[in-house]
Structures are given as structure tokens and as C-alpha cells.
Ligand binder design. Structure first.
Ligand code: E4P
Length: 218
């Protein structure tokens, strides 16, 4: 499973990329607004830090304008992926962009049928939003299960399932168990993944016992 980081904060991306565990980055207009920075500059900087795909979202709503914005954003760096919303116009733009060799992430997916359309439109990634489905009392992970089953039924689909709107470490585990290809995870949750109280406790005991031996390894 690949890990993408879901943020437009360059410092956080740099810190996490140093672990070697970051396979890509996703941004969206809300995350860019939160960063308070120029969109193009932020995407350029992220693409310099991370080798993998970096999603940059269009702001237009009509397919022709989405394609124009997508082509412009794709010029920023080779590893830019264009994010388009799951609308008819977004699907048309997805088809046009992928046919011209641009990688596309179809975002704001909330159902298996939407994911089926995105795969037929040639999407590189489909982003089902787990947390936002849970927020309205539905089961986000059930949608990941359904998409996995549908995509596995049709080996000619090569759209990758990018589990998005991840809010908890449990979401990451469940997405992995459901066979999502990628999870895009907020930096805070990435950091929480490594933590377990028994790891901290066990390490403290090992270090104290080692110190009592008076030995050194190097
Ligand atoms: C990523 O591509 C999505 O834009 C993001 O995961 C949405 O997360 P949210 O529902 O927490 O805003």
C-alpha cells in the first residue's frame, strides 16, 4: 500500500518525506487556502520534495475550462496529477486529460457507482472520501470494499483506489485491509501510526537494562 500525505504544508511534507515512507501528496483548494500560500509555488515546491505523484485540483466547473487548467497545472512538474471533481464535466475532463497522457485523480467520490464511472473515464486514481461518509452516519469503508470488488471484477480497469478523507489510524488499517491501493493521510495521523504505549514502555526498559550492563556497541 502506498502512503500519500494529505496537506499543502511544505514543512510537514519535508519532515515526513525524510522517513522515505511518503509515496505522494494530495492537496485540495481548502488545504491550499489553509496554507495561505500561492498555489503554483506550493505545488512546485512539493514536487521538488516528493518524487511520487502530487495532486493539484482544478477550480473550474466546465469540462473545457477544467482541461485548460489541468494542462497548465501539469506544466508545473512531471509528477503533477490533476484532480477533478466527480461530475459529468469532471469525467469528460478526466477522459480528455488522460488521453493526452496527463495523470488524473477523480475526487469527491462517495459511491461505488461514481467510482465505476471514473474507471470508465480512464482515471489514474479514484478518491473515495471515507471520513465525510462516516460524518453523515454512513460507512465510508463499505464504499472502499465495494469499489475494490467492482474493480477486481474488471481487470481492464487500472484505476487505483486512493482512500481519502482519512481521520483516524483505524481508517488507515481498515483501508489497507479492504485493499485500497493508496491512503492519503493527514500528517498528524501519519505520525500517530507509529505510536503504541507498549513500544514506549518496552523501549524504556530495554534502554535502562542496557545502560546497567555498561557496554557500548560502537
Ligand atoms: C484528499 O484528496 C481529500 O481532498 C481529503 O482527504 C479530504 O479530507 P477531509 O474530508 O478531511 O477534508
Amino acid at each position: 500500500m502506498k502512503f500519500f500525505v494529505d496537506t499543502a504544508e511544505v514543512d510537514e511534507i519535508r519532515e515526513l518525506a525524510a522517513t522515505g515512507l511518503v509515496d505522494g501528496v494530495t492537496t485540495n483548494p481548502s488545504l491550499v487556502a489553509k496554507s495561505g500560500r500561492d498555489f503554483t509555488e506550493v505545488i512546485r515546491e512539493i514536487c521538488e520534495i516528493v518524487d511520487g505523484d502530487v495532486s493539484a485540483e482544478v477550480a473550474a466547473t466546465g469540462s473545457d475550462d477544467m482541461v485548460a487548467e489541468g494542462r497548465k497545472l501539469a506544466e508545473i512538474a512531471d509528477n503533477v496529477t490533476i484532480k477533478v471533481p466527480l461530475t459529468w464535466d469532471g469525467l469528460k475532463a478526466c477522459r480528455a486529460l488522460t488521453q493526452s497522457g496527463v495523470s488524473v485523480n477523480v475526487t469527491l467520490c462517495f459511491s461505488a457507482n461514481q467510482a465505476l464511472l471514473a474507471a470508465k473515464a480512464g482515471a489514474t486514481y479514484i478518491s473515495p472520501f471515507i471520513g465525510r461518509l462516516d460524518d453523515i452516519g454512513l460507512d465510508g469503508m463499505e464504499v472502499i470494499d465495494e469499489i475494490r470488488e467492482i474493480y477486481d471484477n474488471y481487470p481492464d480497469f487500472d484505476t487505483q483506489i486512493l482512500a481519502a478523507s482519512i481521520r483516524t489510524v483505524n481508517h488507515v488499517k481498515q483501508a489497507a485491509m479492504a485493499g485500497a491501493d493508496i491512503a492519503t493521510i493527514p500528517p498528524k495521523i501519519v505520525k500517530e501510526l507509529v505510536r503504541h504505549p507498549l513500544t514506549d514502555k518496552g523501549l524504556a526498559t530495554f534502554l535502562a537494562d542496557w545502560q546497567s550492563t555498561g557496554q557500548k556497541i560502537v
